[in-house]
Write a protein that binds this ligand. Structure first.
Ligand SMILES: Cc1cc2nc3c(=O)[nH]c(=O)nc-3n(C[C@H](O)[C@H](O)[C@H](O)COP(=O)(O)O)c2cc1C
Length: 189
């Protein structure tokens, strides 16, 4: 069982990073092999809609996403963790997510070589926002949940938390427990 964590915050050691670590600890304690990718340390362009991937399922943009595609395919579960920037996900996370385009054909069906790997993959999400109302991050949940459901992946839930300064979330035991439990759920067979 492999659980991949994708960090969409540019603030390494920040709130979504800390919660992602909790989730990966939960997955690891449940016996999963875990890996974390910090998108801010990668060079990832947005999708160019060049449609070159429609035929072969290979993205034409030669950047760091090329090394991430196989990790996405091989993972049994992926937990994305991202702060809210202007009522939306960060640019780093959006560029990564848009590049999933290469997995689909022109009819938005999984490419044949991709389908067996993606089928049944579990997708989870962690959001952090400065607003005390965690539902400020609802548009991010909508984006990931709808993508998951549209593509027939398995949605395992979202942990939504509030924090502003770097590391403030460390004092939020409820959010840390929820993130840990999300990781455990990701690691379940
Ligand atoms: C550019 C920018 C935009 C932000 N926009 C919002 C927002 O729309 N709503 C909100 O509640 N918090 C917003 N925040 C606050 C962050 O979501 C908050 O500080 C969060 O804890 C950062 O998480 P991190 O430590 O994982 O980077 C914004 C922060 C930045 C830097």
């Amino acid at each position: 069982m492999k659980v991949l964590g994708i960090l969409g915050s540019p603030r390494v050691g920040g709130n979504s990073d800390l919660l992602l670590d909790q989730a990966l600890a939960g997955a690891s304690d449940a016996g999963a092999e875990v890996e974390k990718i910090k998108l801010v340390q990668k060079k990832i362009s947005g999708c160019l809609d060049c449609a070159k991937c429609n035929e072969a399922g290979v993205c034409a943009i030669k950047d760091d996403m090329q090394a991430i595609y196989p990790k996405v395919l091989e993972a049994d579960a992926i937990i994305h963790s991202v702060p809210t920037y202007f009522w939306a996900m960060t640019a780093q996370m959006k560029a990564y997510l848009d590049r999933w385009c290469a997995f689909f054909d022109a009819q938005w069906k999984w490419h044949k070589h991709v389908y067996p790997k993606m089928k049944g993959k579990k997708i989870g999400l962690i959001t952090v926002c400065g607003d005390p109302n965690v539902h400020t991050a609802d548009p991010i949940v909508h984006s990931f949940k709808t993508t998951t459901e549209f593509t027939k992946l398995k949605w395992i839930g979202a942990v939504m938390a509030s924090a502003s300064a770097r590391g403030d979330i460390a004092g939020n035991e409820k959010a840390k427990k929820e993130a840990y439990d999300l990781g455990k759920k990701a690691a379940e067979k």
